[in-house]
Design a protein around this ligand. Structure first.
Ligand SMILES: Nc1ncnc2c1ncn2[C@@H]1O[C@H](COP(=O)(O)OP(=O)(O)OP(=O)(O)O)[C@@H](O)[C@H]1O
Ligand SMILES: [Mg+2]
Length: 239
């Protein structure tokens, strides 16, 4: 469904990403792991059309969408749930959802909102509250709900558990699993590797702007493979 091959992205003279390759498929969670500054956010933003890559290719649903603008990518069925959630805090829960439905035919929006409320009943309870009054976990669910309004085939998620209490981390990640089980493809960056690995199917490790390891979540849970991949041979010497 998504094939990213040898992606290169820079900010002016700064080469942030130089050789990221990964894939994602329907109904599966692909977890992207990597240290701070490895290029995870840059990769997701380039895939989703917020930043033009220098080279490499992004194929989605059988088409080359490399460098296609984000609003067009959304219409094709890929949506980014950004780092820090970026929901509109003064607007109500329902107003935030309507914004997420901007690409949808007008007649389908009410139905889509009801579907989001079915998936996240807490959002239905809070539909008329300003989003700023929700807890961090609820705000993350709202960010998911807003993304679901575009009926995505693939959701890209940048650190959905960031800043959440441990019980909320579990709830948020289990809702990610549920969305995948409903058939949506998920490509998720997650700093909390342990929690992420519990719900992931496949893993890509990015180090210093490059994909250095890919494999199944089962293989990745063997910590040695991951440490090896992230830090290189030297990290295990003398360990
Ligand atoms: N707007 C920018 N301008 C210049 N350099 C940037 C910009 N954004 C990121 N970078 C640099 O690009 C590299 C990759 O950053 P990126 O944010 O993609 O990493 P990340 O893996 O998401 O890190 P984190 O785990 O901290 O979120 C870093 O060296 C960073 O300093
Ligand atoms: Mg990041």
């Amino acid at each position: 469904m998504l094939e990213v091959s040898d992606l290169h992205v820079s900010y002016g003279p700064v080469r942030a990403v130089h050789g990221v390759s990964l894939s994602a498929s329907a109904g599966r969670v692909t977890l992207v792991l990597g240290a701070n500054g490895a290029g995870k956010t840059t990769s997701l933003r380039a895939i989703a059309g917020f930043h033009k890559p220098d080279s490499g290719s992004v194929r989605f649903d059988g088409r080359d969408i490399t460098g296609t603008a984000a609003h067009k990518v959304v219409r094709r069925g890929m949506v980014l749930v950004p780092e820090g959630r970026k929901i509109f805090l003064p607007l109500t829960v329902e107003e935030n959802l309507r914004i997420g439905g901007y690409t949808a035919p007008r007649g389908s929006i009410e139905h889509s909102i009801d579907e989001v409320y079915e998936k996240f009943p807490i959002l239905a309870e809070r539909r008329h509250s300003p989003a700023g009054l929700l807890s961090g976990g609820e705000q993350q669910m709202l960010a998911f709900g807003r993304a679901l309004m575009s009926k995505p085939k693939l959701m890209l998620m940048d650190e959905p558990s960031m800043g959440l209490a441990p019980t909320m981390v579990e709830r948020v990640l289990s809702s990610v699993r549920t969305m995948a089980d409903a058939g949506i493809g998920i490509l998720m960056v997650e700093q909390n590797a342990e929690a992420g690995l519990r719900i992931a199917d496949t893993v890509a490790v990015v180090s210093r702007g490059e994909t250095v390891w890919t494999g199944t979540a089962l293989e990745a849970r063997d910590g040695k493979a991951i440490v090896h991949a992230m830090l290189g041979e030297a990290a295990l010497d003398g360990a």
